[in-house]
Design a protein around this ligand. Structure first.
Ligand SMILES: [Zn+2]
Length: 312
């Protein structure tokens, strides 16, 4: 079955439509074993975080998670999506976010509405942190899972890379409420071979030194700088890594991109029995909510499943 593209789906509820043209800026340090991505969500942060009511601590965590998957999905060399799911026993019991190879982002947070916690370990409690790379229905999904460990989401992500992946990664995530609304961003560095390969790079004194220097410079980035909507990413990267011959690659767009559609949801409804559908219908209408968008899709009972008047 081919889904109706969202833009042709005239019956689709009003799902937000926003593109941030230069959301992710990839870069590398010439002749050094370092490449990275700078992520700035711009107006998307506020749009994605405010789909439903959540306490500020949970939203700040959600914004950081969005910036993280946006940055990591840019490294994908195929069609698919990169998702992060954090499940714990704290007030934020579930945080799920993903980003496709084309930069479509979405987020769902399940949190206690009255929590006043703001620190990530207290919000998440004990649980796990899972990254999944999904390349479509006919391929194996690659999943890595580690225990939640670290003082903030940046440390949790680095703990994941240290235990699950083969190469060094440096991650710093930002999200705060500003006079312009919520803003979120990320700076991610990856250690690569000096010739551009991704096998981690030779551990020579010179390469170790370049990697450590890049991390020290990256660490000088402030929240005020990365969340400043006027400051351009290229300018910021030259300011940070100007002494290390930083080369900026083509920026990539990010967008509000949930894949919910009437076709997909009616496909789900079709798996229920006619009796179940009759129970779900209120005054002849079945309402399906997309948890990412927090938008209701309405189906007349006779649009889905076994029709009540089917005589076959
Ligand atoms: Zn949706």
């Amino acid at each position: 079955m081919i889904d109706t593209p969202a833009f042709l789906d005239s019956q689709r509820p009003d799902v937000p439509n926003l593109v941030v043209p230069r959301g992710v800026t990839p870069f590398y340090l010439e002749g050094r074993p370092v490449r990275g991505r700078m992520v700035r969500l711009g107006a998307l942060a506020d749009l994605l975080l405010c789909r439903r009511e959540n306490p500020d601590g949970a939203l700040a965590l959600g914004g950081q998670a969005l910036a993280l998957v946006a940055g990591l999905s840019t490294a994908l060399k195929f069609q698919g999506s990169f998702s992060l799911q954090i499940k714990g026993d704290g007030p934020v019991s579930l945080l799920a976010t993903d980003c496709t190879d084309t930069g479509d982002l979405r987020l769902y947070i399940r949190a206690d509405s009255d929590t006043a916690e703001t620190a990530a370990p207290a919000l998440l409690g004990e649980g796990y942190f899972a990254f999944t790379v999904d390349q479509g229905p006919d391929t194996d999904r690659h999943q890595g899972i580690v225990a939640i460990e670290g003082q903030d989401l940046s440390e949790m992500a680095m703990h994941y890379f240290a235990t699950s992946e083969q190469h060094d990664c440096w991650v710093r995530l930002f999200c705060a409420h500003t006079p312009e609304g919520w803003q979120a961003g990320a700076l991610i560095l990856e250690r690569i071979a000096a010739d551009g390969g991704i096998d981690g790079g030779e551990s020579t004194a010179e390469n170790d030194d370049a990697w450590e220097t890049a991390c020290v410079l990256a660490d000088t980035l402030t929240e005020g700088e990365i969340l400043d909507p006027v400051l351009d990413s290229g300018t910021l990267l030259h300011r940070l890594f100007g002494t290390m011959d930083v080369q900026i690659d083509r920026p990539r767009a990010l967008a509000y991109g949930c894949r919910c559609s009437r076709a997909k949801l009616s496909g789900i409804l079709d798996t229920f029995s006619g009796e179940d559908l009759d129970h779900m219908a209120i005054d002849g209408t079945i309402v399906m909510n997309c948890e990412f968008c927090n938008i209701d899709f309405r189906f007349a009972r006779d649009e889905v499943g076994d029709r009540p008047d089917d005589t076959a």
